[in-house]
Design a binder for this molecule. Structure first.
Ligand SMILES: NCc1[nH]cc(CCC(=O)O)c1CC(=O)O
Length: 314
């Protein structure tokens, strides 16, 4: 029996059951069981995520259970998986990525608008510093309001009129069957997506060859290369705080292109640049791009954010 750890949220369960089904298809003679658990992130609903920072908030309990050998692997939305994993665990596999973009979902009174045409003062809900900073940068006339809760709750708050529009990942909306609520897929020149967005990461014990042999069947190499570059960029830049960092990657004829940005929280400064190189140097590309944006002012933005994030905010 192979045990798969999962959060209890609807999105997590859809994703984990997909992984379970794929493993079962590849290895019909084995039994795969899903073990659900609550994480800190699921329990803290009243504090803005941006304030508490979300490093490992959705992964820790799943990791402890793997280290205790109560479970053998864990399925995560890759974007929720920190770049530094606990000793003894590793990111075993990245699955095939779906559309990594963000989407605008609108209240029914705002169906005539796109981001570019929303009227002054329209209220947009987002809990992500990355989305907030980029949208403020591009649309300083809009208003932004924090939003928490699972996808259903957020859509309900929108429909009840608390917001005129909200920003959500295309991937999450589609996986939960809300693809028809996507009003506009936000283009990369307006908002770069989160590192790893749209892909699943399967975490397991380091050196556990038996489990690796199972999950390798689900690996999607192009997605893995892209996410390696994205995670390397994030790893080089972050200092244990949530920072407005966005990326975009593409693959063409063995070449990987990585676009990355760092923005100030007020949306007044935004540093963006691009690197390209062979797929085999995905990690180095992330490091190189981090260096490039640091030199152009990202370092200053990061230092301001780190200085402001005092431990007392926890
Ligand atoms: N922040 C929470 C989260 N983690 C993963 C997804 C779904 C998208 C994905 O798999 O990248 C979402 C929802 C969202 O950002 O709208």
């Amino acid at each position: 029996m192979i045990r798969i750890g999962s959060r209890k949220s609807q999105l997590a369960l859809v994703q984990t059951h997909w992984v379970q089904g794929e493993l079962q298809k590849h290895f019909p003679e084995y039994e795969f069981e899903v073990c659900t658990m609550s994480t800190q992130g699921d329990n803290i609903l009243d504090v803005a995520l941006a304030k508490i920072g979300d490093k490992g908030l959705f992964t820790k309990e799943l990791e402890v259970s793997m280290l205790r050998k109560e479970t053998d692997l864990a399925v995560h939305s890759l974007k929720d998986l920190p770049t530094n994993l606990p000793e003894g665990l590793c990111l075993g596999v990245v699955t095939e990525r779906v559309d990594p973009a963000d989407a605008l979902v609108v209240h029914e009174n705002f169906k005539a608008y796109q981001l570019d045409t929303l009227p002054e003062g329209a209220v947009i809900g987002t809990s992500s510093l990355r989305r907030l900073a980029q949208l403020r940068y591009n649309y300083p006339h809009l208003e932004f309001k924090d939003i928490r809760g699972n996808l259903n709750t957020r859509l309900q708050k929108l429909d009840e009129g608390e917001y005129d529009g909200i920003i959500l990942a295309v991937a999450g909306l589609q996986r939960l069957g809300f693809g028809d609520r996507i009003h506009q897929v936000i283009p990369a020149n307006i908002s770069l997506h989160a590192v790893g967005q749209g892909a699943l990461g399967i975490e397991c014990r380091e050196g556990d060859e038996e489990i690796m042999a199972f999950i390798k069947a689900l690996e999607h190499e192009p997605s893995a290369h892209r996410c390696t570059a994205e995670r390397s960029f994030l790893h080089e830049l972050e200092g244990g705080c949530q920072v407005p960092i966005g990326v975009n990657t593409s693959l063409k004829e063995g070449q990987l292109t990585l676009v990355g940005m760092v923005a100030s929280l007020d949306g007044k400064r935004l540093i963006k640049d691009t690197v390209s190189g062979p797929i085999a140097s995905a990690t180095q590309l992330g490091i190189d791009l981090a260096q490039k944006v640091r030199e152009q002012g990202a370092q200053e933005i990061l230092e301001e954010i780190f200085a402001a994030a005092r431990p007392s905010d926890l």
